[in-house]
Design a protein around this ligand. Structure first.
Ligand code: BES
Ligand code: ZN
Length: 874
């Protein structure tokens, strides 16, 4: 780590006086020490104002163990007014941003008073203002921006919160737990008091004050307790909250049924805010959501938006057990709550929708976001060993690979033993701050299974690569497997991993499962497995349902893949065969090798015509892998070559199978308010088919797209059509963009789509369009959703971002530098677009590196961006 830490700091010889700034220091997991002082109780009093808020905190502190270290309270940007200990003004020092107080006794009452400035808080961490309301975001280390406190997840306290403010500006006052008192003050002020009976770490504290209205409902738990539910939004948004409410009730029932987990308080609140760094936050009984994951109706939200809302509502609700009742000992254990809760929300979405399609979507996210991360300079284990800024570790690795790890435990143990394990985990650690090891131990103890070999998945970074070959002789087939793990930063030497592979053999003639699915675990560098009673030519179906998060290369001919794409008994494996077939064509094309389009076309045609497959699955199966996914398979990335190869394949498909695509595009009318999986599937296939058609005759496709756009009675069809049109050169393009803007420019979430669609456009002038949009009066760099819609989206537009003239790089680097001054957390999340610079052809590689160096050289860089950039360059 030394290189990373010191490269941007004053060199000791040229600046001998300058104390080494603690700002860019790495925190290491091995340095964990229990807290010196505990805080069993805290009482907070807020005097609320948009510009200035006064916070008085009363902490009961308790020495933890035998030591004479002072009480050290984290702070960040707080204006200290007063400090007292046991009611007396107290001696104290500042250690950088921290407040240090010597306390002789083992117990004391410490009071502090600070002022903070919510409307000036552009980082959106701590207490901040959004559209006239006040709200908080404390995970991971935002509480220290509200008051002085040991800001670490293993300090659990009982909270009492009193807040007071102007009743007209803040008619609604909310915090965690139960509302125990309220009243009126002078001067049009009022106050409310809350008590949370469950001790919690400070990152779960929340407060909201504003002019909000509630959609109210209730849920009766399995033990018969009635819970009052409320979703708080601006009055005008109330009609858009019903889907979130329905999702919440489904999630509450699901957690009872599948995990035996019941809600534990009498109230559960969700608040929507339009300025939010992340998707949503699981604060105890007062979840705060990015409005994008609450508000939806048929006219403004797509099917994907509806699904995301259900998923995020469920995810945050599930944290009540996997996160709140059992929290993390330290931030290195983040996947304990996030990986597990993502696995839980994935299972929920699969159960309420289509499991096969859900699995396909989850794997696509993993491959597009986590695999590149795991093979680039920002690779880290699911349980990291060190960090400079913890916000940078809310990654696809901690979340999505972490969820795959939990899924492997589930696969290996089976549903029943897994459930026994989670029961034991919740029982054993309720009210505690636990570790990933604790989780595995509970699974082991409850199931009587030794899982120690699997723990390497927590500590070893990188995606295992597996080669598979099936030999056939007589009635025996032998599967030869080899695994390989590439070095990653700070982990040069790798061990083999245990890789659970669901495997079956399909008969080439019969298309039947001639050897039924079995779970094999590859745990050696090389291993062979025998399959008996093989009565016909065998086809290998492996890593079924994506049982392990690995990259697998199986030796299979195009004809075999075509057969598997139609016949495999595992839906995911059918999808995978199709993707492999297309990927082989795409990578060959990108390398300038001859391409066999015919087998791909044949397979797509068979899929489209199949009566056995539902439309949602068809849409996924015929979707041509994105440029980003193709780039992952290339040794040297040439974005133009990849894009051209993809265009050629799409055009070949469109030219050969236009009629069938047109039929899929026109498939029977479903009403826009029908949100059944079937209706969603039909809409998805309609737009996917349109997208393929647009690679053929552009003018016809533009007409079809404009017709879909004009006729649409729902946002899915409308956005789908516009998404195709933005990449075409047709008069309908601008007409549709203007119509969309004129109709929806007052709806921030829909306007985000307008920006995002243009930033994602596949065209030569996308960089110019994006530069123009950055000057648009509706572009607001301080709003994370808007910034992500333009700059974040553009960073993921492979062909445009990597435009050969380097202007895409310049644009994003400028954006990161500008955003960093306002909101480092959001700025840092855009850096990984540059991360894989070493893999690009020399010219682009050099330009990407220069862009990173330019960011690194910017004075006053945040710790967040500093870490991402310096690690990317290391
Ligand atoms: N605990 C996180 C929110 C969070 C993340 C706060 C990072 C602070 C920093 C929350 O539970 C979460 O994981 N939200 C996800 C959505 C979820 C469905 C995966 C998010 O915000 O993206
Ligand atoms: Zn989460």
């Amino acid at each position: 780590m030394a290189d990373v830490r010191t490269s941007n700091l004053p060199d000791a010889e040229t600046a001998p006086e300058a104390p080494l700034s603690p700002t860019h220091m790495a925190i290491r997991r091995e340095d964990y020490r229990p807290p010196d002082w505990l805080v069993p109780e805290i009482s907070l009093k807020f005097d609320l104002g948009i510009e200035t808020t006064r916070v008085r905190a009363t902490l009961s502190v308790e020495r933890n163990g035998q030591h004479d270290r002072p009480l050290n309270l984290d702070g960040d940007g707080l204006e200290l007014v007063a400090v007292s200990v046991n009611g007396q003004p107290a001696e104290h020092q500042m250690d950088g941003p921290a407040l240090v107080i010597d306390i002789a006794a083992d117990r004391a009452t410490v009071e502090t008073e600070v002022t903070i400035h919510p409307s000036a808080n552009t980082k959106l961490m701590g207490l901040y203002a959004s559209n006239g309301m006040l709200c908080t975001q404390c995970e991971a280390e935002g509480f220290r921006r509200i008051t002085f406190f040991p800001d670490r997840p293993d300090v659990l306290s009982k909270y009492t919160v009193r807040m007071e403010g102007n009743a007209a500006a803040f008619p609604i006052l909310l915090s965690n737990g139960n509302r125990v008192a309220e009243g009126k003050g002078g001067d049009g002020r009022h106050w409310a008091e809350y008590e949370d009976p469950f001790p919690k770490p400070c990152y779960l504290f929340a407060l909201v004050a504003g002019d909000l209205k509630a959609n109210r409902d209730s849920f009766t738990t399995m033990s018969g307790r009635k819970v009052d539910l409320a979703i708080w939004v601006r009055e005008a948004d109330l009609p858009k909250t019903q889907h979130a409410m329905n999702s919440l009730k489904l999630a509450m029932a699901w957690d009872e049924k599948v995990y035996g987990r019941e809600y534990d308080l009498d109230q559960f609140n969700i608040v929507a805010v339009s300025d939010f760094n992340m998707g949503a936050m699981e604060n105890k009984s007062l979840n705060i959501f990015n409005s994008a994951y609450v508000l939806a109706d048929q006219e403004t939200a797509t099917d994907a938006d509806f699904d995301n809302i259900a998923r995020v509502v469920a995810h945050e609700y599930f944290h009540n057990w996997s996160g709140d009742r059992v929290t993390c000992r330290d931030w290195f254990q983040l996947s304990l709550k996030e990986g597990f809760t993502v696995f839980r929300d994935q299972s929920f979405s699969a159960d309420v929708g289509s499991p096969a399609v859900k699995r396909i979507e989850d794997v696509r996210v993993l491959r597009a976001a986590q695999f590149p991360e795991d093979q680039g300079p920002l690779a880290h284990p699911v349980r990291p060993d060190s960090y400079i800024e913890i916000s940078n570790f809310y990654t696809a690795t901690v979340y999505n690979k972490g969820a795959e790890l939990i899924r492997m435990f589930h696969t290996v143990l089976g549903a029943e033993k897994f459930r026994k394990g989670t029961d034991l985990y919740f029982e054993r650690h309720d009210g505690e701050a636990a570790t990933c090891d604790d989780f595995v131990k509970a699974l082991e103890d409850a199931s009587g299974t030794d899982l120690s070999a699997f723990k390497i998945w927590y500590s070893q970074a990188g995606t295992p690569k597996v080669k598979a070959r099936l030999d056939h002789e007589g009635s025996t087939a032998t599967l030869h497997l080899e695994q390989h793990e590439d070095p990653t930063p700070r982990q040069p030497n790798k061990q083999p991993m245990p890789i659970p592979l669901k495997t079956a053999i399909i008969g080439e003639e019969s298309g039947a499962e001639i050897c039924p699915e079995r779970l094999i675990v590859l745990d050696q560098p090389k291993q062979s497995f025998r399959f008996e009673n093989v009565s016909e030519t065998p086809l290998l179906s492996i890593n079924r349902n994506f049982s392990a998060p690995i990259m697998i290369t199986a030796e299979r001919r195009p004809q075999e893949l075509d057969k598997l794409a139609q016949a495999d008994t595992d839906a995911f494996a059918r999808y995978e065969a199709m993707q492999e077939l297309m990927m082989a064509a795409l990578t060959a094309g990108a390398r300038g090798e001859p391409v066999d389009c015919d087998t791909v076309i044949k397979a797509i045609s068979a899929t489209l015509k199949s009566n056995a497959l539902d439309p949602a699955f068809k849409a996924e199966a015929i979707l041509v892998p994105s440029d980003t996914l193709v780039a992952e398979r290339m040794d040297v990335v040439d974005p133009d070559a990849i894009h051209a190869s993809r265009d050629r394949l799409r055009k070949a498909i469109a030219d050969a199978r236009g009629e069938e695509l047109l039929a899929a595009h026109r498939s029977d009318g479903v009403s826009g308010d029908d949100l059944s999986p079937k209706a969603k599937g039909i809409r998805r296939l309609r737009t996917v088919a349109l997208g393929l058609l647009s690679a053929g005759d552009e003018a016809t496709a533009a007409e079809l797209a404009k017709a879909q756009f004009d006729r649409a009675d729902n946002m899915t069809d409308r956005q789908g059509a516009l998404g195709v049109l933005v990449s075409l050169d047709a008069p309908q393009r601008q007409e549709a963009l203007d119509a969309f803007y004129n109709r929806f420019h007052d709806d921030a979430l829909v306007l985000d789509k307008w920006f995002a669609l243009q930033a994602a456009a596949q065209r030569r002038d996308t960089v110019d369009q994006v530069l123009k949009l950055a000057q648009h009066p509706d572009f607001v760099i301080t709003n994370p959703n808007r910034l992500r819609s333009l700059a974040g989206m553009f960073g993921g537009n492979h062909w445009a971002f990597h435009s050969a003239d380097g202007r895409g790089y310049k644009f994003l680097a400028d954006m990161i530098i500008a955003a960093d001054k306002l909101n480092p957390q959001v700025a840092a999340r855009m850096v990984p677009a540059f991360g894989r610079w070493r893999r690009f052809e020399p010219k682009r590689s050099a330009m990407m590196r220069e862009a990173l160096e330019r960011i690194a050289a910017t004075p006053g860089l945040s710790r967040d961006v500093y870490e991402q950039v310096s690690k990317s360059l290391a």
